[in-house]
Design a protein. Structure first.
Length: 413
């Protein structure tokens, strides 16, 4: 069995890991800081939060599949560097304007649209770039190490955000994120990897290539149910996460540090889940472990919906996020490794973009809907609706051939 030490013996992967870890620390710091800035400084309600969240993910819906086609035609490393550089500038603008008192909710939404567009390109390139850095048999371990770093940042970031917001201000926390994106872009630019430019084929046709990527995903025996379940999970997970900070702050009466503890909890067990996932997959099967991870989400948000006010409510929210983080840590590395391993390199960016554009594209619908529903009917009914949807999301892959999926021995041709 491959160990993490073997994965870290690849210098190019180490630099990618450093880049991702740095960026994620800033991203999870600004995630909470931005919501607190909107709620406490700009007076945003649930619908405003839904608007900003929708704007961030709208590029995925509009351009996601197109980005996959275009990135399959170019080298991926320059796209990664450029995407992080643009995000650094956009977050710096939010931080500086926030310090100057010039921010408005529509302006934040516009800048987050820019972040979403840049992240779309960078993420599509990233998911197709990693298989260039490590052999196929080591993809689960490589993805597990990245997942562990992301979940560790998910633990530290909200705590850091809570402290920065309380001691300094939310704009300072967002400026910290801008700096981490700039560092990430710099580290990515130093990666040395053989990545020849794709051949410039005369028979290329945009619509044909878009359809080829979609057919690969939605006509595949195991990818199709996996993707449909994941789309459903993204829709309802976004709904509950859109209102979670508002619910904790305004309904349960939790302060910035307490909310930081809640959001950080998912990262603690996420690290554990990501570390265990390759070994559990070897023993029980990749598909079975990934499906099991999907069932933690409805349980987690049921605990959240039942939370009372005060310290008991804080305990309930922390418990829910501990459960949620464990499931995400278990399934994330396995699912990402599997879908890239079974997909030929020429289709990887399109496959990832097809899945991702609909995943994140659903957020543009679910976030404003959740904000409206919560403002109209209440936060707890919205959470229970999310629990029902997350249950359906877990059922879809569990009742399909994906439950028996295994990693292939070799990379797809």
């Amino acid at each position: 069995m491959t160990t993490s030490g073997e994965v870290f013996s690849y210098p190019a992967f180490v630099r990618l890991w450093i880049s991702d870890t740095t960026k994620w620390l800033g991203l999870f710091t600004s995630g909470l800081a931005l919501q607190l800035l909107l709620i406490e400084t700009l007076g945003a309600d649930q619908q405003d939060l839904g608007l900003v969240r929708s704007a961030q993910w709208l590029p995925m819906l509009l351009f996601g599949m197109l980005a996959g086609v275009l990135i399959d035609r170019v080298r991926r490393q320059p796209v990664l560097v450029g995407g992080d550089a643009v995000c650094a500038v956009a977050f710096a603008a939010i931080g500086v304007l926030g310090l100057l008192g010039e921010l408005t909710v529509p302006l934040v939404a516009a800048l987050m649209f820019v972040v979403g567009a840049a992240s779309l390109c960078a993420t599509a390139a990233h998911q197709s770039f990693l298989p260039r850095l490590v052999p196929t048999v080591r993809l689960p371990q490589a993805n597990a190490r990245l997942e562990q770093s992301m979940t560790a940042a998910e633990s530290v970031g909200p705590l850091l955000a809570g402290a920065l917001v309380r001691v300094l201000s939310a704009p300072v926390a967002i400026l910290f994120n801008a700096a981490t994106y700039a560092i990430s872009a710099l580290v990515l630019s130093t990666i040395r990897v053989r990545e020849p430019a794709p051949a410039d084929r005369a028979d290329r046709h945009l619509r044909r290539e878009l359809m080829e990527g979609a057919r690969w995903v939605y006509q595949h025996r195991t990818l199709a149910p996996y993707a449909l379940g994941l789309h459903t999970w993204f829709f309802f997970n976004s709904a509950v996460m859109t209102i979670l900070v508002f619910y904790a702050s305004e309904e349960l009466g939790l302060g910035p540090l307490a909310i930081g503890v809640v959001l950080a909890s998912a990262g603690v067990t996420g690290v554990l889940g990501a570390g265990l996932s390759p070994r559990l997959a070897d023993r029980f099967g990749l598909g079975a472990v990934a499906c099991l991870g999907g069932w933690t989400a409805p349980l987690a948000f049921a605990l959240t919906a039942l939370a009372p006010t005060g310290s008991v409510g804080l305990v309930a929210l922390v418990a829910g996020q501990l459960v949620n983080g464990l499931g995400n840590g278990l399934r994330g590395p396995l699912e990402m490794s599997y879908r890239n391993a079974i997909t030929p390199d020429r289709l990887r960016a399109r496959m990832n973009a097809t899945i991702r554009s609909l995943n994140w594209g659903t957020i543009t619908v679910s976030a404003p809907l959740a904000g409206w529903f919560a403002a109209t009917y209440g936060n707890r009914p919205t959470l229970w609706l999310g629990v029902a949807g997350l249950t359906v999301a877990a059922l879809i892959p569990t009742l399909s051939p994906f439950r028996s999926a295994q990693m292939p021995a070799e990379d797809a041709a």
